[in-house]
Design a binder for this molecule. Sequence first.
Ligand SMILES: *[C@@H]1O[C@H](CO)[C@@H](O)[C@H](O)[C@H]1NC(C)=O
Ligand SMILES: *[C@@H]1O[C@H](CO)[C@@H](O)[C@H](O)[C@H]1NC(C)=O
Length: 433
Amino acid sequence: MVKSIMGSHNLLYPILGFASCLVFLYLSFGDFLSVNYKTDPKLSFVERNGTNFIVDGKLFYINGWNSYWFMDHAVHDYSRPRIREMLQAAAKMGLTVCRTWAFNDGDYNALQIAPGQFDERVFKALDYVIAESRQVGIRLLFSLVNNLQAYGGKTQYVKWAWDEGVGLSASNDSFFFDPSIRLYFKNYVKTILTRKNSITGVVYRDDPTIFGWELINEPRCITDASGDTLQDWIEEMSSFIKSIDRKHMLTIGLEGFYGPKSPKKDSVNPEFWAADLGADFIRNSAPSTIDFASVHIYPDHWFKKKSLEGKLKFVAKWMRSHIEDGDKVLKKPVMFTEFGLSDLNKGFNPSQRDQFYKTVYDVIYESAKKKGAGGGSFAWQYFVEGMEDYNDDFGIVPWKRASTYEIITKHTCELAKVHGRIESQNLKQLCSH
Ligand SMILES: *[C@@H]1O[C@H](CO)[C@@H](O)[C@H](O)[C@H]1NC(C)=O
Ligand SMILES: *[C@@H]1O[C@H](CO)[C@@H](O)[C@H](O)[C@H]1NC(C)=O
């Protein structure tokens, strides 16, 4: 069929010639980019100076967000463009860091299929996420395992150990104390840190596109409320990471609750249960191997009966308390790595979420102006259009609602001005009005 068309229309030859030339150009442009990745002078490592982050000797602000789905959606051709779409939109909004999962243990599209066994196809998807982020100058905060069951988590590790006949216990918390499982996790972490990116050629531990590592999303160890088990795990794993990678920032992934011995357990924790989860914000965040502290904000989960006004009042107090800890006790930055307001609440209206975002950003700005410890937050969570199936009751497409977009970008400009970082063309435009 192609032949007969070509026979009757000689014009097609030059068109085909032109098309193949385009293909060639595209390929060489791709080559050019992959060479350029390695020598891209724009990105330097984020470093820490006391309670602040700095890059190239200047303060570094974080107006960040969560898109946990990046690696998963980068596996298949049909969904891969969503990563670029999200990153480009975020860059336009002046966002600087995305927190996302660098794990998927034994689930659909798993990166780790079995202990120490990796799916190269999925690793290439993670390579792609990093390469795309680098292109737009956005950095990544990678979480390394889940305390919850989504994408495998602790439960999967415990099951693996059990199936291999080496597990000590069926308890999910044996993830923290079982020597075999600790070894599984260390092997996992080492493989990630020493991975050579198949697109950029840069080993992960040497890549400034990565802002930092997070040990575990929302750790709780309820079987040991004293907190000793989790503390021991944090100390061992953070030292292990530092023995391989001293260049990147490291955090834990805590929700931020104060433990049973903390004076703030009664005055600041949402309710009494929060002191009995085996975690303690201050003690856990104190080791020198932990570069910055992390806190989550979920007033809907924590309070069933409070009004929105009551919740927002709590949010401001919760944040100020942790920022004070960062400034006075820990002397490290404190990042609010997840904050979300559920749309399942009775009488929910998107303007309530606007108010919530604004409350969070106002407290961040208040601290940033004083060069305090509270210079950054990460909204939970952002999507692009056409991904409704992956949403939970917290996610938004940030450019779909003008008022929300305005609140987020205004925050970018507030932080950028404080830190004297309005030099880019994009920010000049964004922050001109
Ligand atoms: C690092 O912190 C010290 C003490 O707060 C300050 O004097 C110095 O200017 C900071 N350096 C940078 C590059 O921000
Ligand atoms: C471990 O956690 C999973 C998911 O939350 C739960 O279904 C399971 O019952 C837990 N196992 C034990 C032994 O508690």
